[in-house]
Design a protein around this ligand. Structure first.
Ligand code: SDX
Length: 428
């Protein structure tokens, strides 16, 4: 197959190299297009544009395939832990027992946050969305660790900063929740693994010992693994472009949290539950809402459905759907909105509107039902997504920095006024 693409423009033709990836994805390298032809490309929303070459995550949207560093999401969700997957994403290989122990130890020693963080949390008005708190508090870590801001420091210092961020994100997330309930903060218990420690900070109380339910620990490990990375999605692209200016990792991840907050992205998991609750309150008529989603005059969208890349089942949604039944059964919970979700899925997947547009359930469609079953409130769902996506953001930021990628600066096509003279206000 030709390793070049040819563009005819005017009376000239331009040969552009074609790059082929490990899984035979092909891309036209347009790096020299503007210099040679004066042309740029336009692709609003970057639906067809590659921003980088990456070795971290592979997605085949047509086949519904997702893998981290070559390992399938199915195998990792079944056999691994969130900390092991975090190590894999960030370092490129599955850790040995000794490497994982050292990784866990380094993170467990950094779970405490500066006591002044409580003053940040106290300053927010009641009802503040936890994603706003998380975004600002993560950025504020740059104030407490001014010596870790230069991303060009030694790999040991960058690793320490990475471990610090992973460790403290869990504490900040849990304290944000505790603040919203008015309950006292729970300090980290470093004898516990990462997920159990997070759960005890979320649901523990000083009056009694908190013993994490193994069913909940397993479910949360699986959910965090499934959210850990997803190549160049909106929030990861944000982390990379902010980091490309050599901004520190706290600022880059804080920007990613902001991008994830949107209901078209990570905020969809909260929007799905709110949608299912609305349908339940309105009598549970799935068909009514399927028709609303198809009605171009109705702004309603079937949240948790559709994906920019997957034109087949999101493999994560398939795993979470099975886990939903398992977790609710083991916890003895019967949640009527799960039945509504399954009804919506069944109806949508047989409806030509959804079939023609290849709209399937995505990672957000069922995840909220599990979060709810383990006691996490709806407005914390996207915080959980951020906690899971953190190692992916870090791995992508690290890959971009180690690749010495240039500052991201897309071009545009100007469609505003042509040059015109200034008119004094007295003459307008
Ligand atoms: C995540 O990129 C990632 O990898 C993201 C993510 C990750 O792990 O990082 O996977 C996480 O963000 C998952 C997506 C969560 N968002 C939602 O569930 C919100 C609902 N979904 C949609 O808004 C939409 O499907 C997107 C945003 C996910 C994708 O949008 P696209 O690719 O820009 O597609 P589009 O909006 O152009 O839709 C194409 C057609 C349109 O109809 P037509 O104009 O062709 O007639 O499909 C329709 C849309 O109206 N459509 C929907 C729909 N999603 C798309 N119609 C009804 N309900 C929906 N959910």
């Amino acid at each position: 197959m030709s390793q070049f693409a040819e563009i005819q423009y005017g009376d000239k033709s331009y040969k552009l190299p074609v790059i082929v990836g490990t899984e035979n994805e092909a891309a036209i390298d347009i790096s020299k297009l503007r210099d040679e032809s004066g042309l740029i490309t336009l692709d609003i929303g970057y639906k067809n544009t590659g921003a980088t070459k990456s070795a971290i995550t592979f997605i085949d949207g047509d086949e519904g395939i997702l893998s981290y560093r070559g390992y399938s999401i199915e195998q990792l969700a079944e056999n691994s832990t969130f900390m092991e997957v975090s190590y894999l994403l960030i370092n490129g290989e599955l850790p040995t027992a000794a490497q994982l122990e050292s990784f866990n130890y380094s993170i467990s020693r950094r779970t405490l946050v500066h006591e002044n963080i409580k003053k940040f949390l106290d300053a927010y008005p009641g009802g503040t969305h936890p994603m706003g708190v998380l975004m600002c508090t993560v950025a504020s870590l740059s104030s407490f660790y001014p010596n870790s801001l230069n991303p060009n420091r030694s790999s040991e210092e960058v690793d320490r900063t990475i471990h610090r961020l992973i460790a403290k994100m869990g504490t900040i997330a849990a304290w944000t929740y505790k603040k919203s309930t008015g309950h006292p903060y729970m300090y980290p218990n470093n004898k516990l693994d990462y997920v159990s420690n997070f759960l005890q900070m979320m649901f523990g109380h000083r009056t009694e010992e908190y013993v994490p339910d193994p069913v909940v620990v397993d479910a949360l490990n699986k959910l965090l693994i499934l959210h850990a990375d997803h190549e160049q999605n909106c929030s990861t692209s944000t982390v990379r472009i902010v980091g490309s200016s050599h901004a520190n990792i706290y600022a880059s991840v804080s920007a990613g949290i902001g991008a994830l907050w949107g209901p078209l992205h990570g905020g969809a998991n909260q929007a799905v539950i709110e949608m299912l609750e609305q349908i339940k309150a309105d009598g549970g008529d799935a068909m009514k809402y399927i028709n609303k989603a198809k009605d171009k005059n109705d702004p309603f969208r079937l949240m948790g459905f559709g994906h920019r890349v997957y034109k087949n089942f999101d493999p994560r949604a398939k795993i979470i759907k099975v886990a939903c039944d398992q977790v609710l059964n083991k916890l003895g919970i019967n949640d009527p909105i799960l039945d509504i979700a399954k009804q919506l899925e069944t109806v949508a997947l047989s409806d030509p509107y959804f079939i023609e547009r290849k709209l399937y359930p995505n990672v957000d469609f069922y995840s909220g039902i599990i979060y709810r079953a383990i006691g996490i409130p709806t407005d914390m769902f996207t915080v959980m997504f951020a906690l899971g996506r953190l190692p992916g953001w870090i791995a992508q930021w690290k890959e971009m920095r180690e690749g010495n990628e240039p500052i991201g600066r897309p071009r545009q096509v100007y469609i505003g006024h042509p040059a015109r003279e200034y008119v004094p206000i007295t003459k307008r």
